[in-house]
Design a protein around this ligand. Structure first.
Ligand code: SAM
Length: 258
């Protein structure tokens, strides 16, 4: 089946040299994929082509990440000086094209949306994450926080994610950069091992009783060691807010018994 002219135009825009055009066109391609099932093969072909094209645009930056020369302060400077840092870093890290088929989520679970770079940097700064530390992103999606935490600080970083398609893509993105300090575990945050990290990051992955169950697990870890929880405002007696840079993010640290 031939592509309709508007899909053809979108496909061209999704391969434009302009990051803003690519970003816009990819969003529309995702919407069309959901809205027009009869066009899915052509939409997917355009989306896959756009993904390959975006990697091509960032080949030099990706090579520097692969050989380890672009890390820490140099990477941070590059991101902070970019006029559109979020779409830029998502393309560079191969996170800009989430799977087109979204798995239905159970009640109280949030679908995948990536954190903003500003919030991630704030969390890394306030918690002073560094080499020898571990961060766990609970509900990691495609791994933006996990990859950035490792690349910017040298810490080990782990993502826990329910959706297997997101986990597979996150693992592939990390492997394509040859990163060894990151790991993605597929499973429900109420059940899988949550490790012994210094920082737990939760960008509103779930609510209600799911959130309560996961917070109870973190409280049990906090009984053994001090830690940070970066999340929406979380009024728990065992946590105290340290800073709140945005409407959803509060960095909390554990309250120690006297
Ligand atoms: C808003 S996204 C955040 C993605 C990522 N943390 C970031 O900040 O870029 C929330 C993610 O939590 C995942 N999620 C929802 N419920 C979950 C659960 N019970 N266990 C693990 N992951 C879950 C969703 O699949 C989704 O990818």
């Amino acid at each position: 089946m031939d592509s309709p002219p508007e899909l053809h135009a979108l496909s061209k825009l999704a391969r434009s040299e302009e990051l803003a055009d690519r970003s816009f066109a990819n969003g529309v391609l995702r919407l069309r994929y959901a809205r027009f099932p009869e066009e899915r093969p052509q939409t997917k072909a355009a989306y896959d082509e756009a993904r390959a094209c975006s990697l091509h645009f960032h080949a030099k930056t990706r090579a520097a990440l692969q050989d380890g020369t672009l890390r820490g302060g140099a990477l941070r400077k590059l991101l902070e000086e970019h006029p559109s840092p979020d779409p830029f870093v998502e393309e560079v890290l191969e996170l800009a094209h989430p799977p087109l088929d979204e798995a239905p989520l159970p009640a109280h679970h949030t679908p995948y949306v990536a954190s903003g770079l500003t919030e991630v940097l704030h969390a890394l700064d306030v918690t002073r994450l560094g080499p020898g530390d571990t961060l766990v992103d609970v509900g990691a999606g495609l791994g933006k926080v996990v990859l950035l935490a490792h690349l910017l600080t040298g810490a080990r970083a782990q993502g826990v994610e329910l959706d297997g398609a997101l986990v597979n893509q996150a693992r592939a993105s990390a492997a394509s950069l040859g990163l060894e300090g990151v790991e993605f575990v597929q499973g429900d945050a109420r059940e899988v091992e949550l490790g012994d990290a210094k920082v737990y990051y939760l960008f509103s992955p779930f609510a209600a009783e799911v959130l309560e169950a996961v917070l109870a697990r973190l409280e049990a870890i906090a009984a053994r060691r001090s830690l940070f929880v970066c999340a929406s405002p979380t009024p728990c007696a065992w946590l105290t807010p340290v800073s709140a840079p945005s409407s959803w993010l509060v960095v909390h640290r554990t309250v120690h018994p006297a």
